[in-house]
Ligand binder design. Structure first.
Ligand SMILES: [Zn+2]
Length: 397
């Protein structure tokens, strides 16, 4: 490098201060908050943004005049509202194109269409072996999306977000692991789905989508720092820090399903033995329940209903094993909550109780004291709701 060049470098002229574009940006920022939140008030916007009351009032006034925001009849008092009269709630108006969310599980596909704010209008759930049938799974997801759009007489979607249950290279868009999603290796799901649907598609890890779903519309609404765990046919986690997902350097942060468990030798789909999700998964728990209930038929195993003593013990032990892995993550990140989603998260208090017991036992006492263990309030729809919320956010850009 020629040092003289540095001496002759001149800084680019600053763009002239543009009061109009600054006002537009303030208005767009506030609209984004209102669209993501639920019935925010002007005083709450002042607290959330740090903007002055005058700035917020002027921007909200313009949003209402433009028809992008409506004032709700319902009144409530929130932070910053003081002792005056209750503040009017503000609701974003969905006046844009619809969006589509797709959730590929290891053994199912969920598809939903939603309005421009990501509020679901129609959904489909189909069981299919997604791991082994990549091309067929994407054909089916595209067909379901097209059918739902037609059924609800909607126009061309503005954006589509799809979640996959495995690591995705955010740079190349390719599925990273040949061992976790066997028939998806080398595929670029975004390109494949765009070809089938004719609209832009963004692919995300499914646990990230579940975390976003719970953050925007579930148990994590008022919790800026939490871990989300999707405990289903695999085990995946997502990290929310300061109200945003943390993805890591290449997009695989939270991939805890293949953490090795000392003393376990169960064969895992990744080729190793003793991985967390080889020991604990909805299928492994069902297999244990069938093993201990010889007269039960596979179709009879309903883990969401009140379990008998043996099934309760199996669920508690499964929770303890997951909690042992989570205890290290909790010490590392000191989150306010761990939110448990997926089919195992929806089984009830035994699985969550097992997780809580291990975190209590193995985390630092101060870490455990600060922590709540919560079920995903959206249940097994968390990933789908997260996909719709992200798709609506993309459409607003
Ligand atoms: Zn593994």
């Amino acid at each position: 490098m020629c040092r003289n060049q540095a001496n002759t470098y001149s800084f680019p002229m600053k763009a002239p201060f543009d009061r109009v574009s600054l006002r537009d940006r303030t208005r767009d920022d506030l609209y984004e908050l209102i669209a993501e939140g639920n019935e925010l008030t002007r005083p709450e916007l002042v607290v959330l943004t740090g903007m002055s009351r005058t700035t917020v009032n002027q921007a909200v006034g313009r949003l209402v005049a433009e028809g992008r925001v409506a004032e709700s009849e319902q009144k409530h008092k929130g932070p910053g509202s003081g002792s005056g009269r209750p503040a009017t709630s503000l609701i974003a108006v969905a006046n844009g194109d619809p969006v589509v969310g797709i959730d590929f599980g290891h053994n199912h596909i969920q598809v939903a269409v939603a309005d421009a704010l990501g509020r679901p209008l129609g959904e489909r759930y189909v069981e299919v072996d997604v791991d082994l049938l990549a091309s067929e799974a994407m054909d089916l997801a595209a067909d379901l999306a097209i059918t739902l759009i037609a059924e609800h007489s909607l126009g061309r979607p503005a954006s589509v977000v799809a979640g996959i249950p495995g690591p995705l290279d955010r740079g190349s868009g390719l599925v990273q692991s040949s061992t976790i999603l066997s028939s998806w290796v080398g595929l670029a799901p975004a390109v494949e789905l765009e070809r089938r649907l004719g609209v832009p598609v963004q692919i995300e890890n499914d646990a990230i989508l579940g975390a976003v779903g719970e953050l925007r519309a579930g148990a994590g609404r008022d919790i800026p720092n939490f871990l989300y765990v999707k405990a289903s046919h695999g085990i995946g986690a997502a990290i929310i820090i300061g109200g945003h997902p943390y993805r890591g350097t290449s997009g695989i942060a939270g991939e805890i399903g293949h953490t090795h468990l000392s003393g376990h030798t169960e064969a895992c789909r990744c080729g190793n033995r003793g991985c967390l999700e080889a020991v604990v998964s909805i299928q492994a728990v069902r297999d244990q329940v069938l093993h201990t209930h010889p007269n039960a038929h596979p179709g009879d195993v309903d883990l969401a209903s009140e379990p008998d003593e043996v099934t309760a013990r199996i669920l508690i032990e499964a929770g303890r094993i997951v909690g042992r892995v989570l205890s290290s993550m909790c010490d590392l990140l000191n989150p306010e909550a761990v939110i448990i989603g997926g089919e195992l998260g929806a089984t009830g208090p035994q699985f969550l109780g097992g997780i809580a017991a291990s975190i209590e036992r193995y985390s630092q006492p101060a870490t455990a004291r600060a922590l709540q263990i919560l079920p995903a309030s959206l249940g097994i729809r968390a990933e789908l709701v997260g996909a719709l919320q992200l798709a609506a956010g993309l459409a607003r850009r």
